[in-house]
Design a protein. Sequence first.
Length: 262
Amino acid sequence: MKYAYCLEMLYDELSFIDRLAEAKKDGIETIEFWDWRNKDLELLKQQLKKLNMHVSNLSGNRNYGMIDPSERKNFLKEVKETGLIAKSLGCHTLMLLVQKLESDNSGKLPAQKLTNQQMEDNIIESGKAVGRLADELNMNIVIEPLNDVLDHPHYFLTSSSTAFKLIKAINHPRVKILYDIYHLAMQGENVLEHIKNNLQHIGYFHVADKPGRNEPGSGEIDYPAIWSLLKKMNYQGIIGFEYMPSNGDSKKAVRATQKIFK
């Protein structure tokens, strides 16, 4: 297993560029982040090279989604543009959401009312198109379910069973699920069982504890059991730590994480 830390949520008392050096001091070598548009990309490249750090993942779509066919052309254009940016940073994975998140973090509703089946069909069609784009760019794509009970009202893809059903229908080796354990635990799911039964369809993990979306070990989720399961199943991919440090102490949160995920 390899580990990455989301610097959008850690060391937030510092500028984004300065967070890299602080993360490096804490033993972090791989990072992920969300939008590239609010970053100084040239300075970021220089800092990554200077510190010998790597980017494992970034957000592929911030403006367009997969459920609304009227957005598909712009969605694919956005994903391709972001893919090229990611490759310039040495990053080979994009995380996708099925909808744009509005300013209040709710999922953007489609322009016209659609049935659940229509939205699933649209995700599959967009997913197949993204698979072709992933081949062209030589990249991997991970699609992320989120919770709608607290963080993202109106978000459509909120269950493991639906997510894995859609990935099987997309049927492309470069397109898998970003399994966010916090979000799916917030939905009341048995995440251990879903991981055990579907690991082959998971391309990336996100980790935070419930409630609070803080570091693992701060809440109710049995992360030692999850780590043991992934180790037993010989998971070779990346676990991304995407959490807010409890009490605002990033260093303490990272140390607590490193004790569980050794």
